[in-house]
Every structure is written in C-alpha cells, then in structure tokens.
Write a protein that binds this ligand. Structure first.
Ligand SMILES: Nc1ncnc2c1ncn2[C@@H]1O[C@H](COP(=O)(O)OP(=O)(O)OP(=O)(O)O)[C@@H](O)[C@H]1O
Length: 229
C-alpha cells in the first residue's frame, strides 16, 4: 500500500530526515512515534508532496510517487488528516465533508454521521463554530470522504481533552476493524498499543526502532529511551 524507502528531506540547508524506511500494508495500523521535533511531520509532508524529498522513494500501491504533487498523492489513495485540522471555517460541517469528497467508495456523508453522531447534530454549524474535538472529527470525516486506501493522521488528538481523545482512538479502532489502513502519528503510545499492528520510532530523522505491537509491549525500554520527554 505505502512503501517509503531511504527518505531524506531538508528545509534549506537544514537536513531533517536521514533515510526513513516505512511501510503500511492493507488493513494495517502503523504508528510513527518520536519526541517533539524528531521529524514526524516532515516525514508526512515529504510523503504527501508538500516538501520535495532530497532522496529516497515513496510508492503507493507499487506506483512511484516520490515528490509528486499533493493532488496526485490524494488521487493515488492517500488521505491526510493534517496537524492543526485545517477545516474550512466559512463552510458548514456538511459543506466541509463534501468539499473534497471523492465518491465511489464506501464512505458517504451518512456513514460519516454514523461514525460521528456529533457531526450530524452540528451539520449546519460553520467550521469556525466547532470545538477542537468536533473539528478533529470533521477533519477525519473529510479525509474518509475521499475514500482513501490509507488514512494518515498527524497528531490527531493533540490539545484535546482526555475524554475526546478516547473518542478519537475508539473511532480509529473501529476503522481498523472495518479493514482501513491507517498511519498514525501521536505521542500517546499507550493508547495506540491497544489497536496498532506495528510501530516505527524515529529520532533525529532516522528510524531507531521498529517492531510489532507485541514487541513494543514486551520492550518497555523503547518507551523510556525514545519516547519519554
Ligand atoms: N518549515 C520549517 N523550516 C525549518 N525548519 C523546520 C520547519 N518545519 C520544521 N522544522 C524543523 O524540523 C525538525 C523536525 O520537525 P517536525 O515538525 O518534522 O518534527 P515532529 O517530529 O513532527 O515534531 P512535533 O511533534 O513537534 O510536531 C525540527 O527541528 C523543526 O524545528
């Protein structure tokens, strides 16, 4: 589904990624973990064509899309829930959902409302009138409406209250049960080990640990060494 190999990226002279390898298979939930500033968002930007990689390859379903324009990446089936949500403030909930929708798959507005009943209650509210949690639900709904092969979430629960975070993780677990492939960037590793299949830990732009969920649970030093602040 997604295969990233040897990805290198920089902002001007400042090199950030030094050869990231990462794969997500069909129906798999993979996490990208690491402390602040280690290059998680830069990895996502490089995958989505928002930052041109300096080296390495990004393949989606066997097609080489390294450095391709963001719309081509979306068309190939990658759906992004960006950091900061970036929903349209002057469109209402329903308009936000359909604005970038790509019909033809299983995700339709009624199915999104089934997943997030709160959004249905708020369907005529403007994006700017939503709480942080509602905006996050809308950002996930909007990405699903493109009927992606793989959904990528960058810090989806950042800044949310614990109960809302738990709601978002419950939805991710539900999506996994439905067979969706998910790449999730989040700092709450304990919550992710409840439903993830594999984990990739990065430090200073390099993969320093990778393993299955069973392996990370059996190796508490991974958390102590690479994830605790
Ligand atoms: N636009 C930019 N220009 C220059 N440097 C940047 C830019 N964006 C990020 N950086 C730097 O790149 C490094 C990696 O940042 P990145 O956002 O990828 O980290 P992250 O692992 O996602 O962290 P966080 O959890 O804080 O979002 C940091 O040192 C950051 O300061």
């Amino acid at each position: 589904m997604l295969r990233v190999e040897g990805l290198e990226a920089a902002y001007g002279d400042s090199r950030i990624l030094f050869g990231i390898d990462l794969q997500v298979g069909k129906g798999e939930v993979v996490t990208l973990l690491g402390r602040n500033g280690m290059g998680k968002t830069t990895t996502i930007k490089s995958i989505f064509g928002l930052l041109k990689p300096r080296a390495g390859t990004v393949q989606v379903n066997g097609e080489d899309l390294t450095g391709a324009e963001p719309h081509k990446i979306a068309h190939a089936g990658l759906g992004l829930v960006p950091e900061g949500r970036q929903i349209f403030p002057t469109l209402n909930v329903h308009e936000n959902l359909v604005a970038t929708a790509r019909p033809g798959g299983k995700w339709t507005a009624p199915r999104i409302y089934e997943l997030f009943p709160r959004l249905e209650e708020r369907r005529r509210n403007m994006g700017s009138q939503l709480s942080g949690g509602e905006q996050q639900m809308l950002a996930i709904g909007r990405a699903l409406m493109t009927n992606p092969r793989l959904i990528v979430l960058d810090e989806a629960t950042e800044g949310l209250a614990p109960l809302i975070r738990a709601d978002i993780w419950a939805v991710l677990a539900k999506l996994k049960a439905e067979g969706e492939a998910i790449l999730v960037i989040d700092k709450n590793v304990d919550a992710l080990t409840k439903f993830a299949d594999r984990h990739v830990v990065i430090e200073k732009g390099q993969v320093v640990w990778t393993g299955t969920n069973t392996e990370i649970l059996a190796t508490p030093e991974v958390k102590d060494r690479f994830l605790h602040v």
